[in-house]
Design a protein around this ligand. Structure first.
Ligand code: DMJ
Length: 467
């Protein structure tokens, strides 16, 4: 029955037009087409900044007209993160340019230490998705090479992975980690296993997740920091923001993609615990707070840009009413100063961190609720968010982040997730239905579409509940 609940929920979301009441004034096709073109133009402008000033590097600094790398040598973060969005947008000429760059220049045989989680979600995720959307096997070969280089992080006494690894030597470091950096590679490693037929990637990552889950607190929640050699918690504060967020997200998405019943159990228990201890209904609206993982006692009332991803999980799990309540708060936070701050104290509505890193999660949240409800109001929220980015983050040579949302001071840098996620979610609001469907894809935490191509029965099962 429980399986039915999740699948039915996802089904309702995919077929919102038949399962839910729609606001009568549906967006006009002409307006959607115009907005879709504007989003593509914004993406293309950002890409031109990259190719003009930072070609071959990881990311661009549009104002100073240069680029930068994460590590000593580039790993082509921007092109790899951008490629799946180019495919969905049908931007063929820049797509060919990015493909050529990736396939001729990307090489992981580098004597440098990298953060395995960030590399996995952006590069393995981007390459696997590129393979599935484009069909060129060389994308998958690169992803497998990278996966093999990262895999030794899991060889620890507990099975909980190290944070860092040298791509050439395999030397690991960083035994203090967090649940996000333990579990948020499951979708990517699971895809490697399914597409190569070698279970080792999925099994090692799942073991790390189980090792953290087994150590959860009395509330059922996990904490903020754990030692991967001893399994001891170093921070028992539970929340859903950065450091924990995609640990939970991947229990759910892993279940939807791979049909693993163990993940379903861990997800459902976690969802109950989060709804019980972290959801916070206040006079300012419904928010997600922080609590001690053992006592459940509230430890902070901070909500931020990263927490917004949670609405996607709520919608996929059929918790649409909860998602609608949280969506009101997300939009309130977005409009407080015309564009979203990194975090606020939701009891006072005061800013705790004023930057806007051009993050996607609020737009992602809005997109899921729009698809789940068909209510025009959420489509309009999406339009407002895109317009804010146009107005405040656009510069002559591209798009940048903001140092302070109050005075809109620019920050001369552009993260690769602008291309992978922020622009993709903006585009999906306005794109024709044929471009993307949750029926076919699960979006990884970097918004790279992942497709189950191996289990027709599972997808058939999935479809059955949408009638
Ligand atoms: C992205 O790299 C991913 O969405 C990740 O899960 C969280 N942070 C950024 C975007 O804000």
């Amino acid at each position: 029955m429980k399986k039915i609940t999740i699948l039915l929920a996802a089904g309702c979301m995919l077929f919102a037009s038949s399962c839910s009441l729609k606001n009568s004034s549906a967006p006009e096709e002409k307006e959607k087409e115009e907005y879709a073109e504007r989003v593509k133009a914004a993406f293309t402008k950002g890409w031109h900044a990259y190719t003009t000033y930072a070609m071959g590097m990881d990311a661009v600094n549009p104002i100073s007209q240069k680029g930068h790398n994460w590590y000593a040598e580039p790993l082509l973060m921007t092109p790899v993160d951008a490629y799946s969005t180019m495919c969905l947008m049908g931007l063929d000429s820049i797509r060919n340019q990015a493909k050529e760059l990736i396939l001729t220049h990307l090489n992981f045989d580098k004597d440098m230490e990298v953060q395995q989680f960030e590399i996995a979600i952006r590069l393995i995720g981007g390459l696997v998705s590129s393979y599935q959307l484009d069909g060129d096997r060389r994308f998958l070969d690169l992803a497998v090479d990278l996966g093999n280089r990262l895999l030794p992080v899991f060889d620890t006494p507990t099975g909980i992975p190290y944070r860092m690894i040298n791509l050439k030597t395999g030397k690991k470091s960083g035994n203090v980690t967090n649940p996000c950096e333990v579990g948020s590679m499951l979708v990517e490693y699971g895809m490697l296993s399914k597409l190569t037929g070698d279970p080792k990637y999925y099994e090692k990552c799942k073991r790390g997740i189980e090792a953290v889950y087994e150590r959860r607190g009395k509330t059922g929640l996990v904490g903020g920091q754990i030692n991967c050699d001893t399994g001891e918690w170093l921070d028992t504060k539970a929340h859903i923001r950065g450091g924990i967020d995609a640990f939970y997200e991947y229990l759910l998405k892993g279940y939807i993609l791979f049909g693993d019943e163990d993940l379903k159990k861990m997800w459902e228990n976690s969802l109950t615990a989060i709804n019980t201890y972290l959801e916070d209904k206040t006079p300012n609206g419904t928010w997600m707070g922080e609590a001690d993982m053992n006592t459940g006692k509230r430890t902070a009332t901070i909500f931020g840009a990263l927490d917004c991803f949670w609405n996607g999980c709520l919608v996929l799990s059929g918790e649409t009413e909860r998602a609608k309540a949280l969506q009101e708060s997300i939009f309130k936070m977005w409009t407080l100063h015309g564009i979203e701050p990194e975090s606020i104290d939701y009891t006072t509505m005061e800013i705790r961190d004023a930057v806007y890193l051009i993050r996607p999660e609020a737009i992602e949240a809005t997109y899921y609720v729009w698809k789940a409800t068909g209510d025009r109001k959420y489509y309009d929220m999406g339009k407002t968010m895109f317009e804010s980015i146009e107005k405040y983050c656009q510069v002559e040579n591209g798009y940048v982040q903001l140092r302070d949302v109050r005075d809109k001071t620019k920050w001369d840098t552009l993260e690769s997730f602008f291309f992978a996620e922020t622009m993709k979610y903006c585009y999906l609001f306005f794109a024709p239905d044929s471009v993307f469907s949750f029926k076919d894809y699960v979006l990884n935490t970097e918004a790279h579409p992942m497709k189950n191509t191996w289990d027709k029965d599972w997808r058939g099962d999935y479809k059955m509940f949408k009638k």
